[in-house]
Design a protein around this ligand. Structure first.
Ligand SMILES: [Zn+2]
Length: 350
């Protein structure tokens, strides 16, 4: 089979598309014919540094995927060959205290596809049956693959952690990135009011067309001042943050008393001022979050099916064009997901 491997760290040349033997399907595993997978920031991190991640190289890249079940050993009553499915990116150990409680997003020994074990940028993948979920029927494979990282991350942040309510207002920093767009879509789907920021007016215009209530240009406008003006001086109930040091001070100052800040990233730095006096005087709450559990993925897929939500696709590349796809993601110019369509007509190598 054909797959995209990471062979080292630093530069596009460490990412190589090669032929590889099709691995055996172990008992309890499902073999899925991958139809589409999407790029995530972690793919760039793995390519550029990979620091702090334990893995053996070369390794197949890719966290999320949608495809069709090819072989499940016939033993799984919930899955059958030909079924269209979407894959959860994490393999929980099933035995630590967090897995026992049903929250495998906190698993002590969690392994992510494309980080700690072979991932989804391949024609076939074998994963434990617990990771395989039915695909929402109205979605294409690229749209369904997009749910596995960005929408799952945003789901846990909004509904498990910050508990956003339909009558509340949320501020989302850096619209255009996959997680921020997912947050906008999910929040609008429950009827919440959403203010978004970007340094790019074109991205703000697209976010407004998608349903955002207000856009603030973070380069030419004062985000705190504008946010307070839009909320009658009150501030927002929830801030959705994933950029870190550059936006943290404005994030803290944009919150209403008792407001909640939820974060899943720190691309601009992870050591902003803590602003502790504001934190306790105004009784703010701060939540850290990362990806989501099998239970949360199950709920997200049901929500998507019920509401008809469709993730946004920025661009589509073939597996052979993975370098161009990574460049597109790295450019920061994308609006929605950068997708790999995995060719269905390639012959299977021995
Ligand atoms: Zn565990």
């Amino acid at each position: 089979m054909k797959a995209a491997f990471i062979t080292g760290h630093g530069g596009n040349e460490v990412v190589q598309v090669r032929e590889h033997h099709l691995p055996e399907r172990a008992p309890g595993q499902v073999r899925v014919r991958v139809q589409a997978a999407t790029l995530n920031q972690v793919d760039l991190y793995m390519r550029n540094s990979g620091a702090g991640i334990t893995h053996r190289l070369p390794q197949i890249m890719g966290l999320d995927a949608a495809g069709t079940v090819e072989d499940c050993g016939g033993a799984d009553p919930l899955l059958h060959p030909g079924q269209e499915v979407v894959i959860h990116p994490g393999v929980g150990c099933g035995r630590c205290e967090f897995c026992r409680r049903g929250d495998n997003a906190l698993c002590l020994r969690i392994q992510f596809l494309g980080e700690h074990r072979d991932g989804t940028f391949a024609q076939w993948i074998q994963v434990p049956a617990a990771q395989v979920f039915p695909k929402p029927a109205h979605l294409s494979f690229p749209e369904a693959a997009s749910l596995g990282v960005n929408h799952l991350t945003a789901w846990r942040m909004l509904f498990t952690k910050a508990r956003l309510q339909p009558w509340e207002t949320m501020l989302v920093f850096g619209i255009g990135g996959g997680v921020s767009l997912a947050a906008l879509q999910l929040a609008k789907a429950i009827g919440a009011r959403v203010i978004v920021t970007s340094r790019d007016d074109a991205k703000l215009a697209r976010a407004l067309a998608l349903g955002a209530d207000h856009g603030i240009n973070g380069q030419t406008q004062d985000v705190v001042k504008e946010t307070l003006a839009l909320t009658d001086g009150r501030g927002v109930d929830v801030v959705f943050e994933n950029t870190g040091a550059a936006t943290w001070p404005a994030a803290m100052k944009s919150l209403v008393r008792g407001g909640r800040l939820v974060t899943c990233g720190a691309t601009t730095g992870d050591q902003p001022g803590a602003d502790l006096r504001r934190l306790f005087v105004r009784q703010l709450q701060i939540f850290g979050s990362s990806l989501g559990s099998y239970g949360e993925f199950h709920d997200l897929l049901g929500f998507v099916q019920r509401t008809g939500l469709r993730p946004l696709i920025d661009s589509t590349f073939s597996l052979d064009d993975i370098h161009a796809a990574l460049d597109r993601l790295e450019s920061g110019a994308q609006f929605g997901k950068v997708v790999l369509r995995i060719d269905v007509h390639e012959a299977r190598a021995a």
